[in-house]
Design a protein around this ligand. Structure first.
Ligand code: PPS
Length: 300
């Protein structure tokens, strides 16, 4: 199976439009019926995130935990976007994420989505699939998303930083408002017990501890050596130089503008937010983030 990106004619940047109340682009809606009818299996693992929250990091961790021993060649020959298909992705001339997921030979299948919780195909709930959700603090998430939209031809134009900042707060981003996304998934966790809700900042603080928690959730008990191998393999610098994890094989991304593995830090927002923007952001955040049980750290 190959996505055959080399031969791909780069499509023009897509436009945002309202789709069932959420800003989306046609790259993530044009296969809607097929995606909604996706046949999930009980052992599928869905990796759900708002874009730029740590999807690739957790995907690589899970892939190494499950398949690092049994099929190590997979990790060295297949890029992350083939090992962990992006379910709703439908870019012309490419195999859709849904078809890629259908063709995955692994058990479990690891599947990525950026859908807000209400868009998740019903089979995942019906099959009681395990879901790993990763949230990242809004400020760093915004900065990371800004650089991504600058370098990725598959995303709408980022515009300048000030307009992007406003657009993020207004929720006019692909996959909608960050605020609704993290809150929607958090709320779902209260009624659907098979969600493991993780935080990017916790992974930065102590990757080993978060891998332990993840293993407890998925029911794996790696040996100490195996855990060490995974922990080292997923360090930022190692993933950044790993061609099978760093997206450098995708021509749709222009690494001269910004690499996919950009900084991998908590607190980079301080290099972008002006003092006035920070005040404006905090006041707005307070109004939108009313649930005291959901706390995200923008410094550690
Ligand atoms: S995407 O396009 O939505 O799938 O992007 P996603 O993988 O969710 O997020 C990309 C950001 O995660 C950072 N990243 C990491 N940080 C620390 N350690 C590791 N191993 C790691 N892997 C990815 C990546 O650098 C992006 O964040 P920024 O802030 O832009 O550097």
């Amino acid at each position: 199976m190959s996505l055959n990106f080399d031969k791909m004619d780069l499509p023009p940047r897509p436009k945002l439009f309202d789709f069932n109340g959420v800003s989306m682009t046609h790259f993530f809606t044009q296969n809607w019926e097929n995606v909604q009818n996706f046949q999930a299996r009980p052992d599928d693992i869905l990796i759900a995130t708002y874009p730029k929250a740590g999807t690739t990091w957790v995907s690589q961790i899970l892939d190494m935990l499950y398949f690092g021993q049994t099929c190590p060649g997979r990790l060295t020959t297949l890029p992350i976007y083939e090992r962990v298909p992006f379910l709703e992705m439908a870019i012309p001339n490419l195999l859709t994420g849904k078809d890629q997921a259908d063709e995955l030979p692994t058990t479990p299948r690891l599947i990525k989505t950026h859908f807000p919780v209400q868009f998740v195909p019903k089979a995942f709930w019906e099959q009681n699939c395990r879901i790993v959700y990763v949230a990242r603090n809004a400020k760093d998430n915004m900065v990371s998303y800004y650089h991504f939209d600058c370098m990725n031809q598959g995303q709408p134009e980022a515009g300048d930083w000030n307009s992007f900042f406003q657009r993020f707060m207004d929720g006019n981003m692909v996959f909608g408002p960050w605020y609704d996304h993290v809150n929607g998934w958090w709320k779902k966790k209260q009624t659907y017990s098979n969600i493991h809700y993780m935080f990017y900042e916790d992974m930065i603080e102590d990757t080993g501890r978060e891998i332990d928690k993840l293993c407890a959730f998925i029911g794996l008990s790696p040996s100490a050596e195996e855990k060490e191998r995974v922990t080292i393999g997923v360090q930022f610098d190692n993933m950044k130089k790993n061609k099978m994890a760093n997206y450098s094989t995708l021509p749709i991304m222009d690494f001269k503008v910004s690499p996919f593995m950009r900084k991998g830090k908590v607190g980079d927002w301080k290099n972008y937010f002006t003092v006035a923007q920070n005040e404006q952001f905090d006041a707005d955040y307070k109004k939108k983030m009313k649930d005291p049980t959901l706390q995200l750290r923008c410094v550690i």
